[in-house]
Design a protein around this ligand. Structure first.
Ligand code: AMP
Ligand code: ZN
Length: 466
């Protein structure tokens, strides 16, 4: 498999440290609020990467942290602790907020068919590990104490800016205007490993440490949690592109200083989902969440399909129009799959041919949009339905679009539906197609008068009866 590696800025053949096994780490969410669908784009693409590695025969162990302490509103050690901000907003404790939004995150993931990593570790559960590694870094001369905090000394490294796209001036980007620089730092790029002097008196979660009562920096969490479960050699590290600097740069600095050799050779970064007006945000504009999409009548898997139709290394603009197009395409695929009969003998040669295109698409830097076109090739192939269904089932273990389930549900409902209502629904669909919306509304109202409510879903129109 060829994969683009942000560290070398090249597509490279993926070769794990130990043949046949992959150790994979993902930066988890900061659980101070719901994830927006941009955050979830990163987790969706990482989920496909994990599923495809497993499909390709690797034994994958995947670890994810949950950031429930230490992430400040600026990624560069400035601003308020995000968790505290969330707790104040909702007048709850930090741990209540963490629990609520961790559950909400995994509920969203489940709706999007995102598998839960093998190990999920909240940062607050590993304070002793952080302290041990920070002590090691001080002993090895890579960290210093200043003004009560412990800092990583970036001048001790041969090379700090490992992701070449990021230069020293970029550090300024992470520092909010009007926030003073930290005078304790020896070098501008140095970062905090352990805070004892929070800029906020009421920091809620604090722990005893050799340097005083305080709390860990955000970056040390990921280095320690990864090493705790996956050892000194990690194969692939994932995250959104904004994490490359300073977060991943700092993770590499700490981890390699600590273990004394290269730590992780492959870095997989997902580019951003933006809105038509720019950056996606939790505080300005429409706060786009999975629940909001559901409220607007979209099945979350339509969003998964929407994401799979573009490459993870291109930024993607979200619009309802784009999502509507995805819904139409998804509905058509479901209809075509629902029409397949589970009959015939699997034609192995035909299946292998159909599989080849899918695999070559994903082997080429996880080209999911091309992999989606492989579904269409299956549907129009000159082979029996049983072969088609079996190949599609295989594809679904990787892209997990929920198409087969939706098709199955549709076939079952069709059989069970009231023929009169189904006929009215078909007439309404035909009227809508002909842009005769008055007629479509008339049919809806006629049914409503009989206590029958129509609901438009990605799998077609459903109904409820009083
Ligand atoms: P956070 O909860 O802020 O730590 O972010 C969780 C994940 O979402 C990280 O991997 C981020 O890099 C990623 N992320 C943040 N914003 C976006 C976006 N607009 N599109 C895609 N991924 C994002
Ligand atoms: Zn991380």
């Amino acid at each position: 498999m060829l994969i683009y590696n942000s560290l070398t800025r090249k597509r490279e053949e993926f070769k794990p440290h130990e043949e046949g096994t992959v150790k994979m780490y993902t930066c988890g969410p900061t659980v101070y609020h719901f994830a927006h669908i941009g955050n979830l784009r990163s987790y969706l693409m990482e989920d496909v990467l994990e599923r495809y590695l497993r499909y390709s025969g690797y034994a994958v162990t995947r670890v994810m942290n949950i950031t429930d302490v230490g992430h400040l509103t600026s990624d560069a050690d400035e601003g308020e602790d995000k968790m505290l901000k969330g707790a104040k907003r909702e007048k709850k404790t930090v741990m209540e907020i963490a629990k609520f939004y961790t559950d909400a995150f995994f509920a969203d993931c489940a709706k999007l068919n995102i598998n839960t990593p093998d190990i999920v570790q909240p940062a607050t559960g590993c304070i002793d590990d952080f302290i041990r590694v920070i002590e090691g870094l001080i002993e090895k001369g890579y960290a210093y104490i200043a003004g009560g905090n412990v800092y990583f000394d970036t001048s001790k490294l041969d090379k700090y800016y490992v992701f070449n796209d990021f230069r020293e001036e970029d550090l300024e980007v992470g520092v909010r205007e009007g926030v003073e620089g930290d005078e304790n730092k020896k070098n501008k790029a140095d970062f905090v490993l352990w805070f004892t002097r929070s800029k906020f008196d009421d920091q809620e979660l604090k722990w005893d440490s050799p340097w005083g009562v305080g709390y860990p920096g955000w970056h040390i969490e990921c280095s320690c949690i990864s090493m705790k479960y996956l050892g000194e050699y990690l194969d692939i590290h994932c995250g959104g592109i904004d994490n490359a600097f300073p977060h991943h740069t700092n993770e590499i600095a700490q981890s390699e200083a600590y273990v004394g050799h290269e730590w992780c050779p492959y870095w997989f970064h997902v580019h951003h989902l933006n809105t038509t007006s720019g950056k996606m945000s939790k505080s300005t504009g429409e706060f786009l969440t999975v629940s909001l999409l559901e409220e607007k009548g979209y099945d979350p898997l339509i969003y998964r399909f929407f994401c799979m139709q573009s490459h993870y290394r291109k930024s993607l603009v979200f619009s309802y129009e784009g999502l509507d197009n995805a819904r139409v395409a998804y509905g058509k695929l479901v209809n075509r799959i629902a029409a397949l009969k589970n009959e015939g003998e699997i034609d192995e040669a035909a299946a292998a041919e159909l599989r080849a295109k899918f695999k070559s698409a994903l082997d080429n830097d996880l080209n999911t949009s091309l992999a989606v076109t492989a579904y269409y090739d299956v549907l129009k192939a000159q082979t029996n339905d049983k072969t088609k269904l079996s190949v599609l089932e295989e594809f679904e273990t990787v892209l997990a679009l929920g198409l087969l389930d939706a098709a199955k549900k549709q076939s079952e409902e069709k059989v069970e539906g009231d023929p009169y209502i189904l006929d009215m629904i078909a007439q309404r669909a035909a009227a809508k197609k002909a842009k005769n919306y008055a007629e479509a509304d008339r049919i809806r109202n006629e049914l409503a008068a009989q206590g029958i409510t129509l609901i438009d879903t990605p799998q077609g129109t459903k109904y409820t009866k009083e």
